[in-house]
Design a protein around this ligand. Structure first.
Ligand code: GDP
Ligand code: MG
Length: 422
């Protein structure tokens, strides 16, 4: 309170008080000064040394399994796994706590972002592999929080092993049932017939209901989860992916500072049978709501005949760095509602990749979509490696141009580059 007073004023005050107070009061005064000193030191360390901050918070958690917290937030039961070595967050984070996360482990400014993985307990090994690589290649320098989501509770083994692999905050969330399972109003007979037809035609995941749940959840629900709602930016990560290069800058801040909303590394063609009537639904929506189209949209990436038909190009959504305000905004929210009303997530097998791509390409400006050429990434069977040898060297990449999907005729990257330049 008084730090703005001139020094000589403070000195004067202290000296004159010391001169007049009796001995017992002087003890109280010294105690007060000691407490003030310790408090100031604590505050200073909290600001200057993030690891001090984490240490304090870690030791506040009990270390036994009994300390796992379960609570219900609106419709969602969310389980949080505190760990002796990592910080766990409950949701939602109080605003006072959020501000503490504005600083990364490297002491720089940080975006309001999280790294998100939807994952099954059975995928722990592959999930750990993805997490360790991204921590090593990127997040150990930034300390962004990880959020893991699942439609069944994570096992203690999953929570403990994952928490041990991550240096920063980790949280584990249970997906509300209505965000995951096939809604009652879906005609199951019709859906089953659609699945059988896809199985007969050898469409990948053609017979899987859980895959459809996953696609619908990623299309319209993940950004509404109580653990995710507080964040603006996300990096989507899947089990079993590889990161080949160092990301030594903050891609979230890059997106924010350059007014980008959607970032990708790989783009390709969708299986037409999985989205047989998706474009009809898109056209219907756009005809009824032309005002949602951005005047500088990237329709040319989706359609070779000015919107007449879908060319199947999409950004591969197993990697995404994006702004969730795009999905939470009016245009995409109404768009998702419209798609949902058609039942195509279950009657066909609409993927979150084409749905997100169509949303981003139509409702954002095309210059708000960013190709992360400098992030070497692989989701089997496809990989992207930075094009320039100089970038590969600077980023310490362990991949080369060999096997780069960008040069494959099934990649939509060439088209994207043309659209971007047009
Ligand atoms: N919790 C949960 N996650 C799932 C389920 N199905 C898929 N996922 C996750 O959703 C993402 C995409 O699924 P994946 O099997 O990799 O599909 P692909 O990449 O299209 O082959 C991955 O992160 C999976 O871990 C499921 O039934 N439950
Ligand atoms: Mg996958």
């Amino acid at each position: 309170m008084s730090s703005w007073l001139p020094l000589h004023h403070n000195e004067f005050y202290t000296r004159s008080v010391r001169h007049r107070v009796p001995r017992v009061n002087r003890t109280v005064l010294w105690l007060g000064l000691a407490v003030t000193f310790l408090f100031s030191l604590h505050s200073l360390l909290r600001h200057l040394r993030p690891e001090y901050n984490l240490t304090i918070r870690v030791f506040r958690w009990p270390t036994g399994n009994e300390s796992f917290v379960e609570f219900t937030d609106q419709n969602a039961a969310v389980s949080i796994a505190p760990s002796p070595t990592t910080l766990s967050l409950s949701a939602p984070i109080p605003s006072a706590t959020v501000s503490e996360y504005d600083q990364g482990t490297n002491g720089t400014r940080r975006a309001n972002a999280a790294i998100i993985m939807l994952v099954r307990n059975s995928e722990l090994g592959n999930a750990l592999s993805s997490v360790k690589q991204l921590e090593e290649r990127f997040n150990k320098r930034f300390g962004y929080p990880w959020v893991f989501l699942n439609e069944v509770p994570f096992t203690n083994e999953f929570k403990e092993k994952m928490s041990a692999a991550i240096s920063g905050p980790v949280s584990f969330g249970l997906i509300p049932k209505e965000h995951w399972y096939q809604p009652d109003w879906i005609d199951e007979e019709k859906a089953a017939a659609g699945r059988a037809e896809m199985v007969a035609n050898d469409v990948v995941y053609g017979g899987s209901v859980s895959y459809r749940n996953m696609c619908r959840f990623n299309s319209g629900f993940f950004y509404r989860h109580p653990l995710v709602q507080q964040y603006k930016w996300y990096w989507r990560v899947e089990p079993g992916v590889s990161f080949f290069c160092d990301t030594d800058y903050d891609p979230f801040l890059y997106m924010e500072e350059n007014d980008k909303v959607y970032g990708f590394t790989i783009s390709l063609y969708e299986w037409p049978q999985t989205v047989a009537t998706l474009w009809d639904a898109v056209k219907e929506f756009v005809n009824e709501n032309p005002h949602y189209l951005d005047p500088d949209n990237a329709l040319a990436f989706l359609s070779d005949d000015d919107g007449g038909s879908y060319n199947m190009c999409h950004f591969w959504s197993n990697f995404e760095i994006a702004n969730m305000e795009l999905w939470r905004g009016e245009a995409y929210s109404k768009f998702f509602e419209h798609l949902e009303s058609k039942g195509g997530f279950y009657y066909e097998r609409w993927g979150d990749a084409p749905v997100h791509s169509i949303g981003a390409a139509l409702f954002a400006r095309k210059d708000q979509i960013h190709f992360f050429d400098d992030i070497g990434y692989q989701h089997p069977p496809f990989r992207h490696c930075p094009h320039l040898p100089s970038v590969r060297k600077a980023k310490n990449c362990s991949c080369s141009s060999v096997g780069n999907f960008d040069y494959n005729r099934d990649s939509c990257l060439n088209l994207w580059r043309q659209v971007e330049m047009s």
